[in-house]
Design a protein around this ligand. Structure first.
Ligand code: GDP
Length: 424
């Protein structure tokens, strides 16, 4: 059985919490794309964690946690995170790393920084973790796959080819000193020694796991609107954030049984790009300070998140591109302070009402058409049974479901594991 947890929006929807909850009933949790450029916040009996590289199943003794071939693997970040959770009392988790995953090199991070500096005001708001240069190299066939680390002659020959290209750009485009072959070779050999204990042919592992009816959880990073094909390109990320890429990036080419898309009861977004239902100033501040578990600040960057009202146009589209079979609504507790809750039900672009999410150029000059739903004006974070929610709160959830067109199966009313309710 394969289940995917993915974002319906721009990321930060609360996927980490849901993955942590679902991991309890999973045998294997797999990261299939992205790198340490985003993070999941998880609060459980061990404390509060921001995971960037590790799969969210690491808190359970019974799960195997896999870094799939589609991931941008920052080896030092992985080890640092692993040590940090173990230091906080989490038992050493079982981790496997695909021998087909590729490595984020120190020069990917350097290129990311240099390019954002070169772009100046026109920059894309990169987290500067090297992700775009990494995926560019992967598809330009000058990346390093884990399996290559074990053949030194191969590495040395390939480095000649890679550095010829890198150093031309460094010197002539960025005015930077060139990379030295011995340094990069030493970096690769360091990675080999650190990662060797975890390296596995995970493709083969999955063939057997699938035949053994293991329960497999695919853990997505970011959200549908950051996908390079269906998202808000070029304000997108560099790997597919879609559930259907999950089996490829995981190394498990099989049918997904359940796709759980996650969305917040309002909108938030880190990074640049059009965000139609965005709110500003004090209205945004009021929502931001109440949001998440400690306000809406990015788990990786610490940047204040951009805030907005629930965007039914973006979320409906996000669920469609995810092929969502179930929807999870998080952070419903946060809206308890509002008398009237605005919801973006359509866009207006150049005088025309639109219900379908438009392409980037139209998106740039779309404005929200809002509807106002009655608030419930109280704290709901202690409630554990969906039926006990205030009537207006349930009406809000019903309205969102009607607008999005996917069954809202779970509602989350706080950051903790137990703050989640089944909606029949
Ligand atoms: P992810 O990347 O999709 O996992 O999302 P993040 O972890 O970056 O952001 C979600 C934030 O919301 C985190 O701070 C979570 O602890 C918090 N969170 C998750 N679910 C809820 C909820 O239902 N209510 C509240 N108040 N916070 C939540």
């Amino acid at each position: 059985m394969i289940r995917a947890v993915v974002g319906a929006n721009w990321g930060d929807e609360g996927k980490g919490k849901l993955t942590d909850v679902f991991a309890a009933e999973s045998d294997i949790v797999v990261r299939f794309q992205g790198g340490n450029n985003a993070g999941h916040t998880i609060i459980n009996e061990y404390g509060k964690f921001a995971l960037h590289m590790l799969p969210s199943g690491v808190f359970y003794g019974h799960t195997v946690n896999i870094i799939g071939n589609g991931v941008a693997l920052n080896i030092d970040a992985l080890v640092k995170e692993l040590n940090a959770i173990v230091e906080k009392g989490v038992p050493m988790p079982k981790i496997l790393v695909s021998d087909r995953a590729q490595i984020v090199m120190s020069y990917h991070i350097l290129f990311d920084k240099l390019e954002e500096e070169r772009l100046g005001k026109a920059q894309f708001g990169s987290t500067k973790s090297g992700i775009a240069p990494f995926y560019s190299d992967k598809y330009a066939k000058i990346g390093f796959q884990i399996s290559e680390l074990f053949d030194e002659q191969w590495l040395s020959d390939k480095l000649e080819r890679v550095l010829a290209q890198k150093n031309t750009l460094l010197v002539h485009l960025y005015n930077h000193q060139p990379l030295i072959k011995e340094d990069i070779l030493a970096e690769l050999i360091h990675y080999r020694s650190v990662i060797a204990p975890y390296v596995t042919d995970t493709f083969k592992y999955f063939q057997e796991a699938f035949d053994d009816n293991k329960r497999i959880l695919l853990e997505g990073q970011l959200g549908a609107l950051r996908d390079p094909d269906f998202g808000i390109y070029p304000y997108s990320t560099s790997s597919s954030t879609l559930a259907l890429y999950g089996p490829i990036g995981a190394g498990l080419p099989r049918h997904i049984d359940e796709t759980w898309a996650v969305t917040k009861a309002y909108s938030s977004c880190v990074g640049a790009g059009p965000f139609v239902s965005e709110i500003f100033d004090d209205t945004a501040h009021q929502l931001r300070i109440r949001g998440g578990d400690a306000g809406e600040y990015g788990a990786t960057t610490g940047r204040p998140r951009r805030m907005g009202w629930f965007d039914a146009v973006a979320t409906r589209y996000g669920c469609q591109v995810q092929g969502a079979t179930h929807l999870v609504l998080t952070n419903l507790d946060v809206l308890g302070y509002l008398d009237k809750i605005p919801v973006c039900v359509a866009y207006e672009t150049d005088g025309k009402r639109r219900e379908h999410f438009p392409n980037i150029t139209r998106l740039e000059h779309s404005v929200p058409i809002l509807e106002y739903v009655d608030g419930w004006n109280c704290d709901i974070s202690h409630i554990r049974n969906y039926d006990e929610l205030p009537e207006n709160c349930k009406k809000y959830v019903d309205r969102l479901e009607e607008l999005v067109g996917v069954k809202i199966a779970l509602v989350s009313n706080g950051p903790k594991r137990e703050q989640i309710m089944t909606r029949k």
